[in-house]
Design a protein around this ligand. Sequence first.
Ligand code: SF4
Length: 229
Amino acid sequence: MRTTSKREAYAELVGRRRECHACAPDLVNPATVRDGVLDSAHVGPYSRWQGNLEASLAVVAQDFADVDSFVELGGWPGERLGTNLMLVELLAKAGVATRPPKTGEPADDVFFTNAVLCLKRGTMSSRVPSRCFRECGTRFLRPTLELVAPKVVVTLGVGALDAVLSAFGLTRSGAGLAELVDRDQSFDLGTHMKLFPRFHPSRTVLNVSRSEAQQREDWRRLGTWLGTG
Ligand code: SF4
């Protein structure tokens, strides 16, 4: 009997994501923006930069963008977005080399995805309804992580952390993000995958909640665990 390859299973998942409107009207599927010309053969736009299905490290961020920003970016992760540039530096701290995003040119050193795959109406700071985290977590986030099956999953910020935990039937039992990161708390996502929470590397978070120096140190410790640092 023929077995389905990882690539075929991923393509099937992508096909289902393109057809999914479970979060309408709150969120907009990239497949419906500008007749789908900015959509891709990935589960979401963040994976266009880092979409290595054999990666040992996956990074999960909360959501990609609002519709207007997605159009402005041409459907790719922003080349000059501070968060993306900082993430490259943090990965380097963990001993994982990659380059900043470049439109039209995947790097594919690791795997990136978002907890919620569709686009917000309004602005970048618009809220994502909690039901959308539940919908996307069950339908796509967990299946995607189980398919890629990296050794380590890193979440950026509390929204992404709670989305992954919920999709796998886990909770952080009231512990705050700083507490979890300080003690290098990990969560088992099945037998071979471990989730490590980290802070979001946006300028606001770096200025207010977790400094650049602290975040570099957080990722350096992660590298020790990964065996790359
Ligand atoms: S965010 Fe996820 S679950 Fe919601 S409509 Fe988009 S693909 Fe479907």
